[in-house]
Design a protein around this ligand. Structure first.
Ligand code: ZN
Length: 447
């Protein structure tokens, strides 16, 4: 029947033996209209001197796709063609596209204009032939112009598609996968702090969901949404002066160079976002003499963590555990038994939402480069557990010092397992800085 290695066909049916209940034939149409019954074939391998292995199987391989090279010679009505940056040769895209008989049948995924390459010598030869035999035809131009490469997109059906029928989860994941990273122009030269903050906010997949929903509860969220949409449009470069005009100027922030101050004001005035970052602490104050106990709850948006001057590097969970869940002396006056300097306190987490924002060494604007702050280890990989929820770091704001105590900030954002630094208009992939020394704000999302 002229069947050769590499032939492609469609499985039409599978024949099973009634006696042995074993599959006997796989019936395949090799695009000829006739079905061929393929049976198992015995192959004998010599593995050492006198030892053989015999394997019996159907000589078939499931093919979801063929390479462009293997597609040569095929005529197809429809083809889904991946012509992205995997194309490596002149004429290769042409081979793929010319398999299809009508333009309507071409479906491109991951298309990169640069994948269309022509061999320069071939163009020269075409021009020579044209000049000699068909002078009426125009000369083909040789262009050295290179299109910029596009990002690879994930185009397959995502594997959690069946796992979850909740639209939210699918939307959230696809946001992460398709989201691109843009710089924000530091248009007044004084906005690295606000730029870093908005990069972190725009890159939280949970806040993205909020910004993409149609109902915004406050005027501030509506403005934030507009900015987010501008940010996600490829061709616009968002300017920090616009962020300042639309959002920041309405916030009445005391210290515009302190990310902690800006974020706490932003959260406190934006009900939608504060609902996502809020956590509740339970404080127990007890008198050592009379055991008089006062319990109080405290709701907050940003979790302050002291890193201190420790020489030992702690991970985030250890830092949180150091400050929560234990009794420590507060040495206050007891109202019940009237004894002074006699109280102690325990702080525990009562509830946490989907995002945790951590401020490291709260007075970030006050610290200077001479003051050694502690180290934090394994921030990019470690998970922390709060109220039985597991969180991991998805972005951070780093603070660096330049002359005259002016702080400069940049944001670092997680992109799958890698990190991207967004320093105003500069976007580059980096390694997480050792010991997280200059980290001042961390954004963690629930897993
Ligand atoms: Zn007392």
């Amino acid at each position: 029947m002229g069947l050769v290695n590499g032939a492609i066909g469609t499985v039409k049916s599978i024949s099973k033996s009634i006696e042995s209940n074993q599959i006997q034939f796989i019936n395949i149409d090799f695009a000829t209209g006739t079905e061929y019954a393929i049976e198992r074939i015995k192959v004998k391998f010599l593995i050492s001197d006198k030892a053989f292995v015999v394997r019996e199987q159907f000589p078939l391989c499931l093919s979801y796709a063929v390479t462009i090279h293997k597609s040569q010679g095929l005529s197809l009505k429809n083809a889904v063609i991946e012509a992205g940056n995997t194309i490596f040769n002149a004429g290769q895209s042409y081979v793929a596209f010319s398999r299809v008989t009508k333009i309507e049948g071409i479906h491109l995924i991951n298309f990169d204009p640069y994948s269309i390459k022509a061999n320069t010598e071939a163009i020269v030869e075409y021009n020579r032939l044209r000049k000699t035999y068909r002078a009426d035809l125009p000369v083909l131009l040789i262009t050295k112009r290179r299109w910029s490469k596009v990002w690879d997109l994930i185009w397959g059906v995502e594997k959690y598609f069946d796992q979850s029928k909740q639209q939210n989860i699918i939307k959230r994941k696809s946001c992460i996968d398709f989201f691109k990273f843009h710089g924000i122009e530091n248009s007044d030269g004084n906005s690295s702090c606000i730029n870093s903050i908005f990069q972190c906010i725009f890159h939280s997949s949970i806040i993205q969901l909020l910004l993409e929903s149609e109902h915004q509860n406050t005027a501030l969220s509506t403005e934030l949404c507009k900015l987010f949409h501008m940010y996600t449009i490829n061709k616009t470069i968002l300017k920090s002066t616009l962020i300042k005009e639309k959002i920041y100027d309405h916030l009445n922030i005391d210290d515009g160079t302190n990310p902690f101050a800006i974020l706490s004001t932003l959260f406190s005035k934006n009900y939608d976002i504060s609902k996502l970052v809020q956590y509740e602490l339970l404080k127990t104050d007890r008198c050592k003499s009379c055991n008089y106990t006062i319990m109080s709850k405290e709701v907050n948006n940003i979790l302050p963590l002291k890193v201190g001057n420790a020489t030992k590097a702690f991970n985030l969970q250890e830092l949180i555990d150091k400050q929560h869940g234990h009794w420590f002396n507060t040495l206050k006056f007891c109202n019940k038994c009237q004894k002074g300097q006699n109280t102690y306190r325990k702080v525990t987490f009562n509830s946490c939402q989907q995002i945790i924002v951590i401020a490291l060494n709260i007075s970030v604007s006050k610290i200077n480069k001479n003051k050694q702050t502690g180290f934090i280890k394994s921030v990019p990989t470690s998970k922390i557990v709060l109220c039985d929820n597991s969180y991991s770091v998805i972005s951070a704001i780093f603070c660096y010092y330049i002359d005259n105590e002016i702080n400069r900030y940049s944001a670092i954002i997680k992109n799958k397992s890698a990190w991207i630094e967004l320093d105003d208009l500069n976007v580059k992939s980096i390694r997480w800085p050792t010991n997280s020394k200059n980290a001042c704000i961390l954004f963690l999302e629930k897993k």
